[in-house]
Design a protein around this ligand. Structure first.
Ligand code: AMP
Ligand code: MG
Length: 487
């Protein structure tokens, strides 16, 4: 276990120099205070969890203090936003403080979001508000606990600093951890600004640090791109299987590691709705729930375009062609497990689609349905779940197919079935209204609800005593909350 001053830095991205990032010091928040910290994320840095309660912790992550070895930098990148190219973006309100390596030899970027203005702030104030910082914190840690690759969050620091959005709010910072903060948009920036040398340097950097095994392949860059395609396909398969809607899948928000990244107006589905749009500025539904799948491929093609100096167009096309098969394989594998199946049959995709159609028509709670399906034998579970459906004949027909499929799958005991299914079907997810309740309390100065919710979501598959209220369908007021995009 380490104390705060014992972190070991090795700032590999900063060493790439001024063409890639700009030195900027964090702008401190007034009266910094700990809102919530993740012990699991602290463990990634070998940090003793007790240090979260010290005043120096809030000072460090509230922008007042800095390690001597840290080198805070704002990264430059660009990207396609809602399908159109924006030539220059960059860290407008976040700083890469440095890279820390832990005892296991892993490097973790420390990224402080809400740290003030940078050369990339454009019209923004460089700040993040408490509300959006709490949402990012809860989402990153909850996704990780569900087994969905994501950036992590060490803590949220609150403050008395006024920040103007639709109304006056308070500034906050979230300390984000990821093994890299390099986005698709980094490659696009150097490609479209026609800086081949820097682009090659960036590609070498990513290959060496994050895809070293691809070095062994005859075409290392192509192998790396294939791996990025597969990781993104797997990540999106998990989003779809668990009902996560990202909301702003611009290429500047897509990580080259295939992790969920840059949280905005995201949402988990309550009722299953393939057409759900969580981002209220997304009038066309470009990033609707079901569109996330093709958009994943669209984003990878934008990255592919930026990689044309290193990889032939034919090879890139072939690698892009792997996206859908990878996606489908991962998705179906996870959905089979969610249904309690251990074997594969050709018609399983249809079984899943049939169920989703019925759920869509009846507005069935996506999370609770699967959890309840595992509570009992297939026979008893479908009997009980039947009441949630409007199209009873349709559900009965599906239930017959499901029971027959379960019977062909093998006959394990109900105990085994429940254990197997509960291990992949969460009881607790980050419902928007739960986040909203925790935020309202935190804005009034009470952080206990954020902390409790974080705790519950860190073990989403385990039934926790006295936490029934976190495993309910939303009340009417909490069903279709408008989440402000100004974060
Ligand atoms: P996002 O939609 O959060 O991914 O942000 C898109 C771009 O706008 C990024 O370059 C951000 O750094 C920048 N940005 C977002 N909010 C602010 C803000 N409050 N101040 C400065 N820059 C911002
Ligand atoms: Mg972003």
């Amino acid at each position: 276990m380490k104390a705060l001053d014992e972190l070991t830095f090795d700032n590999r991205f900063a060493r790439l120099g001024d063409a890639f990032s700009t030195h900027v010091l964090p702008e401190p928040l007034d009266e910094p205070r700990l809102v919530v910290a993740s012990k699991a994320a602290m463990a990634l840095l070998d940090l003793d969890p007790a240090v979260a309660e010290t005043s120096v912790f809030a000072e460090l992550f509230g922008g007042h203090k800095l390690w001597a070895e840290a080198e805070p930098r704002a990264m430059v990148y660009s990207g396609h936003q809602f399908g159109g190219y924006t030539p220059q973006l960059g860290d407008g309100r976040g700083l890469l403080l440095g890279e820390v390596y832990n005892q296991a030899g892993e490097h973790w970027d420390l990224h402080l979001k809400g740290a003030g203005m940078t050369p990339y702030s454009r019209m923004g104030d460089g700040r993040a508000v408490l509300r959006s910082s709490i949402r990012e914190f809860l989402a990153s840690e909850a996704l990780h606990a569900l087994g969905i690759p994501s950036s992590r969050a060490l803590c949220v620091i609150g403050s008395s600093t006024p920040v103007w959005r639709e109304k006056q709010e308070r500034g906050a910072m979230v300390l984000r951890l990821a093994q890299s903060h390099i986005r698709f948009g980094h490659f696009e920036y150097f490609y479209y600004t026609k800086k081949p040398e820097q682009q090659a340097e960036l590609a070498e950097h990513v290959l060496n640090l994050h895809y070293p095994e691809c070095r062994e392949q005859p075409e290392p860059y192509l192998a790396m791109f294939r791996e990025i395609v597969e990781r993104n396909a797997e990540m999106i398969a998990k989003w779809q299987a668990y009902g996560f809607c990202h909301g702003v899948m611009n290429t500047d928000n897509m990580s080259i590691l295939g992790i969920t990244f840059d949280f905005g107006p995201f949402a988990f589905l309550d009722d299953f709705d393939a057409h759900f749009i969580c981002n209220h500025s997304d009038h066309e539904g470009r990033y609707s729930f079901s569109n996330q799948v093709p958009i994943g491929q669209w984003n990878l093609s934008a990255l592919a375009q930026a990689l044309t100096p290193f990889i032939s167009v034919d090879a890139l096309k072939e690698a892009l062609g792997l996206y859908l098969p990878f996606y489908q394989a991962h998705y179906l594998d996870l959905m089979r497990r969610r249904l309690g199946l251990t074997t594969a049959e050709d018609d399983d995709q249809k079984l899943v689609e049939g169920l989703l159609k019925l759920m869509q028509n009846s507005g069935v709670d996506y999370t609770l349905f699967f959890r309840r399906l595992g509570d009992e034998s297939a026979e008893l579970a479908v009997k009980r779940l039947r009441d949630d459906f409007v199209d009873l004949a349709g559900f009965d027909a599906w239930a017959e197919r499901y029971k027959a499929r379960v019977a062909r799958d093998g006959n394990d005991s109900q105990e085994q079935r429940r254990e197997r299914m509960h291990a992949v079907n969460p009881l607790y997810i980050l419902r928007n209204y739960l986040a909203q309740n925790a935020i309202a309390a935190a804005e009034a100065g009470d952080y206990s609800e954020v902390r409790r919710l974080h705790e519950v979501l860190s073990k989403p598959f385990e039934e926790q005593a006295g936490m029934e209220q976190y495993a309910q369908r939303p009340p009417d007021w909490g069903k279709h909350l408008e989440i402000s995009c100004s974060s």
